[in-house]
Design a protein. Structure first.
Length: 151
């Protein structure tokens, strides 16, 4: 799995909105400035998050974006699915090397490994909520099951 800019920025933007939950909408440009992200990128990510139903937009002079659910109800998987359109791509399903070999009709000893990895990644990302990520790093490590990991 490769974490792309879409995924990274999607999480940064979502966490920004989670920190502001209950404080009203925030403008995309303001978010981009505070998070030091390109404004155009932020706008595109917010559009993806809105299409997925994770954020709402409010029009007007005091408009902007806000989470459509509580931070405790939004998982990292939700954000990555919306930002990146998925969390893990199984190449033999999405980009087959050999059209004949890479079909579900043919037996492949490798495919189950990638499918298991996809399942585990999705389970892990689905178990971590935005509310969990609002804590200090050491507490997030503990919540996510890392324990004391030296960096």
């Amino acid at each position: 799995m490769r974490v792309t800019t879409w995924a990274e920025y999607g999480l940064i933007v979502s966490l920004h909105l989670a920190r502001r939950a209950g404080q009203g909408p925030v403008a995309a440009r303001e978010m981009a400035e505070k998070e030091k992200l390109p404004a155009d990128y932020v706008e595109q990510i917010l559009l993806r998050l809105r299409r997925a139903g994770l954020v709402e937009s409010v029009r007007g002079a005091r408009g902007g974006y806000l989470l459509s659910r509580q931070p405790s109800e939004v998982t990292v998987k939700d954000v990555l699915d919306a930002s990146e359109h998925g969390t893990f791509e199984v190449n033999c399903d999405c980009h087959p090397v050999d059209a004949e070999r890479c079909t579900t009709e043919n037996s492949c000893a490798i495919r189950p490994v990638w499918q298991l990895l996809q399942q585990r990644i999705d389970e892990t990302l689905g178990s971590i909520r935005l509310a969990d990520l609002l804590h200090e790093e050491s507490e997030v490590r503990s919540l996510a099951g890392f324990g004391a990991v030296a960096v």
